[in-house]
Ligand binder design. Structure first.
Ligand code: AMP
Length: 481
């Protein structure tokens, strides 16, 4: 393997591995407003841009902009999105070229009519497909892989949108949970491995009328009074139109590869993801972490919000009191942290502040969900110690992150992943903790009750469930598996 020195301070690569939230609704007169509420609940999945496309059966209108959902859609903007069906998207900030051109939904007028699409995931053969399409004359506006799908659909000789979509999807590799809007229907689809989540719900609109919703996470259903029905299955397409609902398995079943990181960190704990309560997984991670890496300590402290559920599990299992000794300021916008390196340096202090009297003289178990580059952990350990803690024992509710994700989670390249380049003891020293313990892959598997190997653990094992194309890798950064 090609070894590169660990350098946590170098900036993230320009990448298109987007973390996103998607939403779709059919059958409600105020569809755009519901999409707004759904995106509001999915804001944690992406804060860089937001967009909604809606249709009243004839006109398809799309609005998107940089910023939080609430800022992008003032009431007048929502009122300008008519119709009983809508799709929406929130996009996470990656650095570099991730600006307005890549905001979603993408909408186009083509020989299949007006269509809009929003995507969560990462298509691993996008660069190759794009080269082929460009050679045939297609013109791309953005660098996002989602645009490739629209071109494939437009190019297809199939006459219906569903047919063209089927043909397009068969050419894709990697991770995608997709929501499409046409003038008279919505179509959603999930890749055959089921990397990213996509849940389906129903809502009663009147005594005789049912509406349908789809979302990355079920927390988006609660706000619009929808009830979770099932997941869109891996390799399944669901079409909702004037004729009702059609579910179709468009791809042969493949080995499942649900992203375990959704349960570790990404999803909200009040969501069902892959049909399973996220809170339940996290608490179990904490309990098993306590059994695997006990510590003689006086208090269990979570790094909020990501470490809270696991810390509760750790405290329950050990009987060590739980204390919220780090308080998070929820009103720190990204803009505050982004402008300059000087501000970035005290970013953690803007976000978190210690409760001194809980920490003074104490032996602290500090629980967080993950270490990526290690710089955040180091700042937090220092903060806890400066607040008077006698010992700081860092416990992480997932295994060491040793390999980048190619399926839609924004991990830096291998060079910047501390665990890819350092031993446990080196990491402990780097983060300045008295001890360090990670959850094992075996116990992570146990925490999500993955008895059939339905989850993807590639970021912890280096074993990727699909072939990764050369374009996807930086030369320094070959996947192991
Ligand atoms: P660091 O080790 O300094 O790179 O930061 C690790 C922290 O970032 C963890 O405690 C997580 O809460 C958070 N984190 C981990 N993975 C991601 C991700 N893919 N996107 C955003 N935040 C993340």
């Amino acid at each position: 393997m090609h070894e590169t020195p660990f350098d946590p301070e170098t900036p993230f690569d320009d990448k298109l591995h987007e973390e996103c939230g998607v939403f779709a609704v059919y059958g409600h007169e105020e569809a755009a407003k519901l999409a707004y509420l759904g995106l509001y609940a999915l804001q944690h999945r992406g804060q860089e841009s937001a967009g909604i496309a809606s249709s009243d059966g004839r006109h398809l209108i799309c609005h998107k902009a940089m910023g939080y959902v609430a800022d992008v859609f003032p009431p007048a903007q929502l009122a300008a999105l008519p119709g009983h069906m809508a799709i929406g998207h929130t996009r996470y900030s990656t650095t570099g070229d991730s600006k307005m051109l890549n905001a979603q939904p993408f909408s186009v007028a083509c020989n299949k009519g007006l269509i809009a699409v929003a995507h969560n995931g990462n298509i691993t053969n996008a660069a190759e497909l794009r080269r082929e399409l460009e050679a045939e004359g297609s013109i791309f506006q953005a660098s996002s892989d989602t645009e490739v799908i629209l071109h494939l659909v437009a190019k297809s000789r199939e006459r219906t949108l569903a047919g063209a979509l089927r043909e397009a999807l068969l050419q894709l590799e990697g991770a995608y949970s997709l929501v499409f809007l046409a003038q008279d229907r919505i179509i959603v689809a999930r890749d055959p491995h089921g990397f990213r989540p996509l849940a389906m719900g129903k809502m009663e609109i009147s005594k005789h009328k049912i509406g349908y919703v789809f979302a990355s996470e079920t927390c988006a259903f609660d706000l619009v009074n929808a009830v979770y029905q099932a997941d869109v299955e891996p390799g399944e397409m669901v079409i909702v139109g004037p004729e009702g609902v059609t579910r179709e398995q468009w791809a042969p079943r493949r080995n499942r590869a649900h992203c375990v990181f959704e349960h570790v960190y990404f999803a909200r704990p009040d969501s069902l993801v892959f049909g399973r309560p996220v809170q339940k997984s996290r608490e179990r991670m904490g309990r098993l972490l306590a059994l695997e890496h006990p510590a003689a300590a006086d208090i269990v402290v979570p790094v909020p919000d990501s470490g809270v559920a696991a810390a509760l599990g750790y405290a329950s299992e050990t009987g060590i009191p739980y204390g919220q000794a780090l308080i998070r300021n929820h009103y720190v916008g990204r803009t505050f942290i982004e402008p300059s390196q000087a501000i970035r340096d005290f970013g953690v202090k803007l976000k978190l502040n210690p409760v001194r009297h809980l920490l003074e003289g104490k032996r602290v178990v500090l629980v967080d969900d993950s270490i990526v580059r290690g710089t955040t952990s180091r700042k937090i350990v220092r903060m806890v110690r400066q607040a008077g803690a006698r010992e700081v024992h860092l416990r992480i509710s997932c295994p060491p992150t040793i390999s980048p994700c190619f399926y839609g989670v924004d991990t830096p390249n291998k060079q910047q992943l501390i665990a890819a380049n350092s031993s446990n003891e080196e990491i402990r020293k780097f983060v300045e903790a008295d001890s360090l313990g990670y959850l094992s892959i075996g116990n992570l598997t146990e925490s999500v009750e993955d008895h059939n190997r339905d989850f993807c653990y590639a970021c912890y094992s280096g074993n990727y469930p699909t072939l990764i194309h050369i374009d996807e890798m930086s030369a320094d950064n070959p996947p192991l598996g």
